[in-house]
Design a binder for this molecule. Structure first.
Ligand SMILES: Cc1ncc(COP(=O)(O)O)c(C=O)c1O
Length: 448
């Protein structure tokens, strides 16, 4: 391919930015007006130019304890000086066990065993593989089908994209995994618009699982995976009773139920896990992001006792699960995780999020009636605000809102298409919550 000609004047700035290919980003637009973050503390980022930006999205749904919290920073520094790395295959280090114990204690029911990964995507692919292997080791190897849901985001591995339900994440990447089917999304604007919390309408959509099972045969279905609340596609809380119904149908057919809690775990919905809020114990839960408050990459899968135990057979020296990552249970991530869980406990941040939920919901719903606001959904400390698309230019208004928020209002929000997502750190004060939505109101007016 011939190199593209560039003038000398183009070069200085753009050459500095050229090498880095940003993920899930409009690279050309970004490089024309970069949004560079150089520091952070508590609720605020500091830009490369010295500006102070209010973080309304916990980084990317992960810095739940706020930024650069002293105890977490200290734990990471100390760990780096003590043990940089330990191989996780056939060896381990004490903090891996300590963190697994803490996570098992936090998880509901008998979700007692933890398999560590480095991201949410890896956690999802790990959970799907454990589901398939679980049926295999029990002599039900024909159970290979996986069922996801439309509008789901389960990361970017081939497994996660296959069970995921976002067209743009799927259509460029070939046939993906075979034997995957999807439940319908639970969102219907006509029936649910401007609902605070879980909508009344939609529990019956769980019955679609019965239909898929009838179509494929229960003995071919391994697992169902859902986000208890779909975060990435715009904060879609589950209809009342929906998750309970999914649980019952899975039980009836011997299908494993996986909750992808990468966004919902660690306080986002006012509990350690969404499973607790909804009173439903899944067979596996994925987590990532908030486990280290975003400081060091880490993810994992929490697995129910009988699933784990089904693997513990065969010769003593035999590996029970042929799966793992070089950086599974990395010492820095484990140290960060332990310090983060301490902070969540010591500052009662999950209960604090629960207590703030009504104030947050009221402030979010205050945007109703502003130009182009089609719907607002709010649950826990998460809000999704749908803006009407510019005719024939989907995503344009959302992108403009994100840019204006950053450059004109010193506010960091996340947009997906024309939907704005707000999910501040759990330490947000009532004043900071009000501030976020006041700035956002100005942004929404500015992009009208
Ligand atoms: C529900 C869910 N699963 C998986 C992922 C993927 O996580 P990661 O980006 O750490 O791979 C995300 C990320 O937002 C998520 O929201």
């Amino acid at each position: 391919m011939a190199p593209v000609e560039r003038t000398t004047t183009d070069r200085t700035r753009s050459d500095e930015l050229a090498a880095y290919w940003l993920p899930f980003t409009a690279n050309r637009a970004f490089k024309m007006a970069p949004r560079l973050l150089a520091g952070a503390k508590d609720m605020y980022y500091r830009t490369a130019e010295g500006g102070r930006v209010l973080d309304a999205t916990s980084g990317l749904w992960c810095c739940n304890a706020g930024h650069n919290r002293d105890p977490i920073v200290a734990a990471i520094q100390q760990q780096a000086a003590e043990l940089d790395y330990a191989p996780p295959f056939q060896f381990a280090h004490p903090k891996a066990f300590a963190l697994a114990r803490r996570l098992a204690a936090l998880a509901p029911g008998d979700l007692d065993h933890v398999f560590f990964t480095n991201s949410g995507s890896e956690a999802v692919d790990t959970a799907l593989k454990i589901a398939l292997a679980y049926h295999h080791v029990r002599g039900e190897g024909a159970r290979t089908r996986l069922i996801g849901r439309e509008r789901a985001y389960h990361g970017v591995g081939f497994g996660g994209v296959s069970v995921g339900g976002i067209a743009n994440n799927r259509r460029f990447f070939g046939p993906l995994l075979p034997g995957v089917d999807h439940l319908p999304a639970t969102y219907d604007r006509e029936r649910q618009a401007f609902t605070t919390g879980e909508p009344e309408w939609g529990a019956h959509l769980a019955d679609e699982l019965d239909r898929l099972v009838a179509l494929h045969g229960a003995d071919t279905v391994a697992a169902v995976i859902v986000e208890p609340m779909a975060g990435s596609t715009g904060v879609l809380p589950p209809p009342k009773g929906y998750l309970q119904r999914l649980r019952a149908i899975c039980d009836k057919h011997g299908i494993l139920l996986i909750f992808d809690e990468v966004i919902t775990a660690f306080g986002r919905l006012g509990h350690a896990f969404a499973a607790e809020r909804y009173g439903v114990v899944p067979d596996m839960m994925t987590f990532a992001k908030g486990v280290t408050s975003g400081t060091v990459p880490m993810g994992g899968v929490t697995v129910r006792q009988p699933i784990h135990d089904a693997f513990m057979q065969g010769p003593r020296h035999a590996i029970e699960l042929f799966h793992g990552y070089t950086y599974s249970a990395h010492p820095l991530a484990c140290a960060a995780g332990l310090a983060t869980l301490d902070l969540y406990r010591d500052e009662a941040l999950f209960a604090r999020a629960q207590a703030r939920e009504p104030v947050f919901a009221e402030a979010a719903m205050g945007l109703k009636g502003l130009p182009n606001v089609l719907d607002i959904r709010v649950v826990g400390l998460a809000a999704g605000i749908d803006l009407a698309p510019v005719p024939d230019e989907p995503g344009e208004r959302g992108y403009a809102a994100m840019e204006k928020a950053f450059h004109q209002e010193d506010l960091l929000v996340r947009v997906t298409g024309d939907t704005i997502a707000v999910s501040p750190p759990l330490i947000a004060s009532e004043g900071e919550i009000a501030d976020i939505f006041e700035r956002l109101a100005r942004v929404i007016r500015a992009v009208a």
